[in-house]
Design a protein around this ligand. Structure first.
Ligand code: BGC
Length: 764
């Protein structure tokens, strides 16, 4: 089965999308799939290189600024460009470019198993010189700071000079689009070079962000220079450094040239950045490029061994699944400074901010396939807990932690509070993720060192935020749920259900940790000034939590007022008015029953035990009719829930919408970056959807179904450190323990033991 994403022709209007599709990353560096030589005139492009979490701070301009609106926000910066390489042929120095001469043959491939891209072009110059040029790129998973490019130029019908000009360019800007709220509107140029130097055979540029004062640097050098080399020259100015290599090329013999870019920044690399970069170069000097490629492939082999989903029955969807899993791996931050931005490291949409997307749509994938990465993402949230505490105070609460709706460094970035700060559910989503992590790993140390504190502080927020009402139930007012077409409401079902879970588990964890007889536990409660009495209040609020229900429709109401509103006039809304957010004032949208994305339906997936099956079914039918899926976070949820409800046609249909969303650019904005939550949602639609996985305190539950379009599908789960392979086919369900001691799971409600060396086979 294919491990390649390929393109064999150049369509200029697609190139900008392809920059996202062919982007490379390793959780730290992200490089868009730009052409080294650029496209030439008037072809839209976003040329970008990013370092996860490397940002500047900018003012938020308000017409009317009210109390506790954030003054500033952060913006992930486009950093020093190490991509640029130009090729010139002959004495005439004809510039190799798709805008000149003739492209005779073209192909580009993203190798999902090798972790690299390859672009090959056979080209005829205006004066008739023919060359075959190949660019190979790797952003190393093993050497975090390295972005590597190898160029090979074969003169096909001439023996003459070939000139390769490699640039390190500090004159970079961010992309802006004032017409689209999902992209940054201003502040293009925020990063300025403050050191430019040729260090022997290396180029070195260092830049500083205007306000955050964060610094980053790139050291770039070349290797593989052969005996055909006749001249090297170097030019440096304040913004860029240009190395020119002149070769006397022989017909049919390749000129091979490699560029090694080392990226460092002062979030991760303390001290002198130049020294750090030079030291890393020293380590890389002993590594041959073949070793680099081998190490990359080995890393990916291990990733795929535990993360691949194999589908027998649809090649196009298989391609989508692997593509999405690959980009998830490329985007996940691996240190306490970083997380997964809404667009990964593939573009500038949403300005490199981290949202609830990570906890609800991406951590579940890592938790079940690469738990170490899931853990790292949770470590990041813990690292911004103090910001969340401060934000709660700033927002008028007396206690607790309110996590920012969107952020990089932990401070709230959302300027439009109705669809931003008001989404208090993010705090419960984060808590949910810590609880799921605990259920899946049983990692008590992590609970002690990170999880418990987050759970207690978020629980405190709900106590402060909500109130007991006259009827004795606990209500939460003035919040926005996940559906951004309905804002500032009382008792959003999703928020209340998630808060209930947060409170319930804060209580349970406290009770559990009491039994550990560990001094550190006492110290933690002391540090948090947390008493058993306070924890009792969590329990009471959880038990009393009001979950809106409408008797006549037999559904959970999205909130107290939602069902009293008029239903949106879908029939008379032309196709080109979607997404509605680009065509209607928010207040218009808020007045109607119209959902941008799954809200109550998502709560029914995450917390299925809070409602009965009939209510879940009726709610699905009701909300499906009024949901536009204008957000890419929606169709995967509808797929998962359709699977649960046994409507496999619908489940499959929504899955199709999900799996190839970026590959087919169905939302029309892949150029701004990939839709990371949807990528996680693809895996979830298979594993939580078709296979019915639920991670519960007593263990993993599966309830597998097979879409009739497929012959089989297989995937891996990790439970308590044990990888388990699950295969669902026409013959039934097969479970194999890949490593470790036997383990118990629940399949269709029955307990099953999976034993080493034996395939456990079950009927549907
Ligand atoms: C969605 C949010 C999401 C954000 C970032 C918005 O369009 O409505 O739920 O967090 O995109 O992906």
């Amino acid at each position: 089965m294919s491990w390649k994403i390929e393109r064999h022709s150049i369509k200029e209007m697609d190139l900008n999308n392809e920059e996202s599709l062919f982007s490379l990353g390793n959780g730290y560096i992200g490089v868009r799939g730009n052409f080294e030589e650029s496209y030439g005139r008037a072809v839209p492009t976003v040329r970008g290189t990013y370092l996860n979490a490397f940002h500047d701070v900018i003012d938020i301009p308000y017409g009317e600024k009210l109390f506790a609106f954030p003054d500033t926000q952060q913006k992930m910066l486009n950093v020093i460009d190490g991509q640029t390489i130009h090729i010139y042929l002959g004495k005439e120095k004809e510039h190799f470019s798709i805008q000149e001469g003739e492209v005779v043959e073209y192909g580009r491939i993203l190798h999902l198993d090798k972790g690299k891209t390859l672009r090959s072009i056979k080209w005829r110059s205006p004066l008739g010189k023919e060359v075959e040029v190949q660019f190979e790129r790797v952003v190393s998973f093993v050497h975090r700071e390295l972005f590597f490019i190898k160029v090979s130029v074969i003169p096909l019908n001439f023996s003459e000079t070939i000139t390769i000009v490699s640039t390190l360019d500090g004159e970079v800007e961010n992309f802006v689009d004032p017409g689209d709220p999902r992209v940054g509107a201003g502040h293009a140029k925020l990063l300025h070079v403050n050191e430019s130097e040729v260090l022997g055979e290396s180029a070195f540029l260092k830049s500083k962000a205007e306000r955050s004062k964060l610094e980053m640097a790139c050291l770039s050098y070349h290797k593989g220079l052969d005996d055909k080399l006749v001249d090297v020259s170097k030019e440096a100015d304040e913004q860029r450094i240009v190395f020119t290599y002149e070769y006397q090329a022989d017909q049919a013999k390749p000129v091979v040239f490699s560029k090694w870019n080392i990226y460092v920044d002062d979030l991760r690399h303390n001290g002198d950045l130049r020294q750090k970069a030079v030291r890393i170069k020293g380590q890389l000097d002993s590594i041959h490029e073949n070793q680099l490629l081998e190490a990359q492939e080995k890393y990916l082999k291990q990733y795929w061994e535990r993360s691949d989903v194999e589908v027998d029955g649809d090649e196009a969807l298989q391609e989508g699944i692997r593509f999405n899993l690959y980009h998830l791996l490329q985007s996940a931050g691996r240190d306490k400074f970083s997380n997964i931005t809404a667009k990964g490291l593939s573009g500038e949409g949403y300005e490199g901010h981290y949202f609830w997307d990570t906890e609800i749509y991406m951590i579940p994938v890592f938790l079940m396939t690469a738990p170490d990465l899931a853990k790292q993402l949770l470590v990041y949230r813990h690292s911004i807990l103090d910001n969340a505490r401060n934000r709660a105070l700033e927002m008028g609460h007396n206690q607790g932690a309110l996590f920012p709706w969107r952020t990089i460094n932990g401070e709230e970035c959302s300027s439009y509070f109705p669809a931003g700060t008001a989404q208090y559910h993010i705090s419960a989503d984060i808590a949910y993720s810590y609880i799921q992590y605990y259920h899946a790993t049983g990692d008590e140390d992590f609970l002690m060192d990170y999880g418990a504190e987050v759970l207690m502080e978020t629980a405190r927020l709900w106590i402060d935020m909500g109130h007991f009402r006259k009827d004795g139930t606990f209500g939460i007012d003035n919040v926005t749920g996940p559906d951004e077409y309905t804002c500032i409401v009382n008792n959003n079902y999703y928020t209340n259900a998630m808060a209930k879970h947060n409170l319930e588990w804060a209580y349970r964890v406290y009770e559990k940790m009491k039994t550990w007889e560990d001094n550190d536990v006492e110290k933690l409660w002391e540090r948090l000034d947390l008493s058993g009495k306070e924890v009792e209040s969590f329990k009471r609020a959880a038990e009393g939590m009001y979950l809106p229900y409408n008797e006549s429709l037999q559904i959970n109401a999205q909130d107290d007022s939602f069902l009293n509103k008029a239903v949106w006039d879908f029939e008379n809304t032309p196709k080109e008015h979607y997404p509605l957010l680009l065509h209607f004032h928010p207040l218009t949208l808020y007045r109607y029953q119209v959902c941008k994305q799954a809200d109550t339906v998502l709560a029914h997936f995450l917390l299925e035990d809070y409602s009965d099956e009939e209510t879940i079914h009726h709610s699905y039918d009701y909300y499906e009719r009024i949901t536009t899926h204008d957000s890419s976070l929606s169709s995967c949820v509808f797929s998962m829930m359709a699977s649960k409800l046994g409507d496999m046609d619908k489940a499959y249909h929504y899955f199709e919408e999900t799996a190839r969303l970026d590959l087919d650019n169905t939302h029309g904005n892949t150029k701004d970056g990939l839709h990371m939550a949807n990528m996680g949602g693809t895996w979830m639609a298979i594993v939580f959807g078709f296979a019915g996985l639920r991670i519960k305190p007593e263990g993993l539950h599966l309830m597998p179904k097979l879409p009739e379009e497929w012959n089989s599908y297989a995937f891996h789960l990790h439970y308590y450190g044990r990888p388990i392979k699950v295969k669902v086919s026409r013959d039934g369900i097969a479970l194999d323990l890949v490593e470790g001691d036997s383990v118990k799971l629940f399949v269709n409600g029955e307990e099953v033991e999976v034993i080493p060396g034996e395939t456990t086979k079950l009927a549907f």
